[in-house]
Ligand binder design. Structure first.
Ligand code: ADP
Ligand code: MG
Length: 237
């Protein structure tokens, strides 16, 4: 990680890096690239939401994260920012291929993630693609999928590429995101998810976000995460 911001409060709870960020409330105070900070500022994102405050310090250190927080709590930025920062630090370029895969339960939600990625990632040079079912141009997609750095996909379409696209290569993938994991599992995608995860490199960072903590989400966490930080943000009562 880059040096800590000079005026960041240092926690006394332990020597873990994240405790130094215990009092940090603004994106500005995190050790992010200028490209990301400038884009956040121009999109008027200033203060972090609770789930962002809880998870970003861990995720930015490369840890696996299981984040649970209700709909509307800002989970998208909690994974988009670490994806961008990881590829930026790795100096990921066009010839490096697929560096991150983000899996979403529905086409609509995948489209929303794509929009957030396009705005917060606008000063980075990464290429991103939306791989969702129902699109007719799957053949064009097959030719171009290896040139993309960040894939935002529904499980069925991603698996279709894994099965059918010649030379589809995710062997260098660094960061996997499973967004709305509870909904992915509720929609009956458990088998697809298992098949996808089994074809991805074991050495990777995985972030799993969910609105609820069900038994099946915990099963998926066991399968996909290594020593995760469990971050659950509930409403104040
Ligand atoms: P979730 O995935 O948890 O349902 P989203 O990531 O879709 O939530 O975010 C919900 C809304 O909150 C979006 O309109 C988003 O632009 C806004 N939002 C997210 N993070 C912030 C923030 N730090 N400051 C202000 N608005 C935010
Ligand atoms: Mg969401």
């Amino acid at each position: 990680l880059p040096p800590l911001p000079k005026n960041s409060p240092v926690g006394h709870l332990g020597d873990n890096t994240f405790s130094r960020y215990a009092g940090v409330v603004r994106f500005e105070q995190l050790p992010l690239s200028k490209k990301t900070k400038d884009a956040l500022r121009s999109s008027k994102f200033v203060s972090m939401t609770d789930i962002q405050r809880a998870s970003l310090p861990h995720a930015l250190c490369g840890r696996d994260v299981l984040g649970a927080a209700k709909t509307g709590s800002g989970k998208t930025l909690a994974f988009i920012i670490p994806v961008l920062e990881k590829l930026y630090r790795e100096r990921w370029g066009p010839e490096d291929g697929v560096g991150s895969i983000i899996i979403s339960p529905t086409r609509e939600l995948a489209g929303q993630i794509f929009e957030v990625l396009n705005s917060v990632g606008k000063y980075h040079g990464f290429s991103a693609g939306l791989l969702i079912g129902g699109r007719k141009d799957v053949d064009t997609e097959k030719e171009r999928v290896n040139e993309l750095n960040i894939l935002i996909c529904t499980p069925g379409r991603l698996l279709q590429h894994m099965d059918e696209t010649p030379n589809f290569d995710c062997s260098q993938m660094q960061v996997l995101v499973l967004d709305e994991a509870d909904r992915i599992l509720d929609s009956g995608f458990k088998k697809e998810l298992n098949a996808i995860i089994s074809q991805l490199p074991k050495r990777r960072q995985t972030m799993l976000f969910s609105a609820t903590q069900t038994k099946s989400v915990q099963d998926l966490a066991r399968l996909s995460l290594k020593d995760p930080e469990y971050l659950s943000v509930h409403e104040e009562s």
